[in-house]
Design a protein around this ligand. Sequence first.
Ligand SMILES: Cc1ncc(COP(=O)(O)O)c(C=O)c1O
Length: 407
Amino acid sequence: MSAKRPQGPAESGRARISERVEELSPSGIRKFFDLLAGMEDVISLGVGEPDYATPWHISEAAISGIERGYTMYTSNKGMRELRDELSRYLEARYGLDYHPSTEILITVGVSEGLDLALRTIVNPGDEVVSPEPTYVAYRSCTTLAGGVFVPVPARVENSFKVKAADIRKRLTPRTRALLLGYPNNPTGAVMDKRDLEEIAALAHERDLMVISDEIYDHLVYGVKHTPFASLPEMKESTILLGGFSKAYAMTGWRIGYAAGPEDIIAAMMKIHQYTMMCVPIMSQMAAIEALKSGGPSVKEMVADYDRRRRVMVKGLNAIGLTCFEPKGAFYAFPSISVTGLSSEDFAEKLLVEERVAVVPGSAFGKSGEGFIRCCYATALDEIKEALERMGRFVERHKARRPRRRRA
Ligand SMILES: Cc1ncc(COP(=O)(O)O)c(C=O)c1O
């Protein structure tokens, strides 16, 4: 019989889990979705994922590769053909000039790119300033890299755009980097070029690195996305993170890329080669096809998200959940103040009483309290049904104003 391993602190008294990992809190989204498991007739506006399958011609490119025996490792940096395609794509779409052999690295989604970028530039105790509400991984990956996450509240009064003046107030001699994510998850905000230029000037003045997560770059509605690296003097201090998950409906393929200055990409490669070796070749082949001929499919999906966005925003406002108009990604982020409930209570009660799953705003940091995130990458019929259920819920839970006593 094998001896049982001791649970908790070993006899030496030493903790088995590192302090850095102990410090992480579980994702507010995952925690909430555990509740959902096993429930029936739930409409999910929760998970941030396209409801489309990957366009077939993209999947076929991977299948054809497997049939032809392409099942091996690739270059650590990623297949040269894919880096060439990406270099051409970034030039054609944004006028950005990245050399395929030294300035582009293929990563396991933006998730890996984010982790590599932070671990590459952050020294213990360095501060990383980032707008909040914030994508759930930003804080945790900063902590894992040994950094200190410093949130800058982005307010609904400014359409959740962050201002250079607000960022400036959070800078200290320890600030190492800005971490931006626009178009934004969870708010749907898209930054104006003018605001970005002011942030770029501040980054230049204070010699900050900028990590710019642009995974939703294709998903904008009636506005233009400006890549941070395209702003004056910014290419040399920006790590651009891009992906395939959202625009091409390729979440399961786990592929993305980082583009940036040669020394930074080389340093990120050092980690990547030991931890990942390379991205699966099948995913890289699919990504090549996506860049070569995925444009029309992306256009179609974006037009469809736009239709759903309008229905969602109009519907939320009609039931009393005031919602600013999101211009990007596929999330609406309405206020729930009319109910007086905390965002966690709201989400939990809505799920139990009406079987609609949304994400509490508090999962995205303190500044998200008072809001919920509703993903509209869901069939239109489901969105309409969800709105009806939410309407009933809001009616029931509308905070009753205290009535004046008669004199
Ligand atoms: C802002 C943001 N960045 C990164 C990711 C992760 O992307 P990937 O699937 O490329 O790892 C997500 C996924 O939801 C996201 O919303």
